[in-house]
Design a protein around this ligand. Sequence first.
Ligand SMILES: Cc1cc2nc3c(=O)[nH]c(=O)nc-3n(C[C@H](O)[C@H](O)[C@H](O)COP(=O)(O)OP(=O)(O)OC[C@H]3O[C@@H](n4cnc5c(N)ncnc54)[C@H](O)[C@@H]3O)c2cc1C
Length: 515
Amino acid sequence: MSADADAPVVVIGAGPTGSAAALLLAGYGVPVLVLDRWPTVYPRPRAVHLDDEAHRILGRLGVAGEFAAISRPALGLRLVDRDLRVLAEFQRSTAIGRHGFPEANMFDQPELEALLRARLTGHPQITFRGRTEVTGVAQDAGGVRVGYTATDTGATGSCRARYVLGCDGAGSLVRESIGSRMRDFGFDQRWLVIDVETGADLGQWEGVHQVCDPGRAATYMRVGRTRYRWEFRLLPGETARDYRDPARLLPLLAPWTAGVPAEELKFVRLAEYTFRAQVADRWRDRRVFLLGDAAHLTPPFIGQGMGAGLRDAANLSWKLASVLSGALAGRDLDTYEAERKPHVRTMIRFAKLVGTAMTEGGETGTLLRRVIAPRLHRLPGLSARVLDSRTPALSRTSLVVRSPLGRGLPGTLCPNAVLPDGRRFDDAALGRFAIVTGVEPSAAQRAEVERRRGLVVIAEPGDELHRWLRRGRTTAALVRPDGTVLRTARTPAPLCAALPDLSRAAFPAAPGKTC
Ligand SMILES: Cc1cc2nc3c(=O)[nH]c(=O)nc-3n(C[C@H](O)[C@H](O)[C@H](O)COP(=O)(O)OP(=O)(O)OC[C@H]3O[C@@H](n4cnc5c(N)ncnc54)[C@H](O)[C@@H]3O)c2cc1C
């Protein structure tokens, strides 16, 4: 196997996380080598839900429109008993939310991965090498050596990189190579996951059904036009193999599929998964980083595993591009783990809580759910809380300047608002820094922002960004390339001074300086 030319960044693993990281880095002009053991995308369905924050990241990868075409907004969540009687319903609007996309999107993971792979292989800055099993990652003072074996010929080879991103999934070799260990959050449940394709109309409500049955917890949802997903908790002693027998499988689905002839149900997948809650104890060792499932695993009850990987990619890619171009210092890369780890922990705890509340407690739990659930929607604000797609603010770092009490906008995402020229914020910012301000900057400040390749967005009274600044009790915000607020101020002056100088960086050229 011939050695690959040295690359500034080698991404190991071309799943959703690795593909997103490679595309974002390439968008900043960074040449990337992507290695994966498989030549094509992993064909088995796994993730079925992405929120609007993640959809927004797909927008930055250039596939938002294509993703919208293969996904469908979900109507919300129903808690049902074992006979599918509704205990509680939390309805979600399918309208466009603050990030410019529906808040909950149902889809089929291989279809999304195919979109990402097409972008990846077509990008001039990205070299994709499939059938390449990475066998070793070793660091020295000058960089990282990545060793690999061709899975078809058995030939071995290696390349050097300045940075390596370990996006190699749950069984990560990169994680092992940096001596990082998964910390367990105490969740271990075996579930049967069933994906069905059918042209028949099941006549079900088009949201997520959570079956609160102490005998067997289950989840059902429509994923696509002809695609449906069920997840059933396996009982002790059961395995997925037991359900290959239609005499056992069909009764499980009968509450939803009654009246549909068995031959009209095509079983795309029937697999056993152990849902775990784990976070790696370190996500960085010098020039090697962990992202996605290599760094964290969550039970899928709130559909956030892949979204977390996309958020990792969005958080790290602009920082790495800035360090490679000299606009940020190497130590700023420590903010990646400092910001992302607490966010991931909070989301995993929430997923665990939701999973436990819906599935545990035996008959007592069921009794409580039966009494409490029908009243839940009457609790002021609870429905909004259950359905709110907003995720926690990022922790305080050198790139999230917030008060110790953590109030205000820093660490939160700037809305993807429609600007006066009709574009959305992200389409104008194009992954650069932006100063959003209700106070007009001086001509000199504007010139300096322009020189540093940033963008000024004026928030006009009454518009969405103006209301957002007011709610955050501020008048100006410095927004990072990943959409997160770095800091706020009463005037643009301190924000202009804090804007990193990207004039020498390969950030996208400014198409228009002011909006
Ligand atoms: C049943 C189920 C339901 C889920 N539902 C949701 C959901 O609704 N929403 C959600 O957001 N998430 C969900 N998830 C989680 C989601 O599927 C994962 O979080 C996501 O696939 C992780 O992406 P990744 O790129 O980090 O890792 P992976 O998808 O695992 O990709 C890793 C890549 O690395 C490659 N690789 C690994 N080792 C090597 C090596 N040594 N050399 C070369 N290549 C290597 C692999 O071939 C693979 O392509 C669900 C998961 C399951 C199992």
